[in-house]
Write a protein that binds this ligand. Sequence first.
Ligand SMILES: [Fe+2]
Length: 201
Amino acid sequence: MDRRKFIAASGLSAISLSTFGKIIKTDDGSFVGDCETSNDILGPFYRADVPLRSDLTYEGLEGTVIDLKGIVYDDDCTTPLSEAMIEIWHCDKEGAYDNDSNDFHQRGKVITNKAGEYSFKTILPGKYLNGDKFRPAHIHYRVTAKAKKELISQIYFHGDPHIVDDPWASKKKAERRILPISLEDTKGNLAVVFDIYLSNK
Ligand SMILES: [Fe+2]
């Protein structure tokens, strides 16, 4: 019996993985190493060569401004990763992507600093139809770093009624990517925090 079949047969996936993976059960019964950020679909609207910039707002842009930020970690789940590249893209308030303009609206990329931190200033995306159903509001991510597996993923937002019917947001593996929108300060600024855990190639 190979290892994969053994896991399936035993039903002890988490504990069994500790035998030959990096997940370790600690003395208090919790697991260390089970942090890798799960992937999601690329979708049809990715564009390469987006500008290096953290501020995706501009005069005349409508929508609710958010600070979107987090820390990128190495596969030990604790060491910040500097010089990782984070690309994001999302639709505007009305659900439209900028697929052809030279302005690359609601698209940008940044590089993490020494503390592994990244941040964008952007707006909450609207929603658009996928067939006859709306996709929940989401922001696409592509994260690359030296010697790390490329991560293609998406984030969603707490309380979005369209999550339950979405083939991707409703998956179990998307749970940790459904994020709260929280008040950042007394001025009413909003923040969304998405920490990212990359795995080795
Ligand atoms: Fe999308």
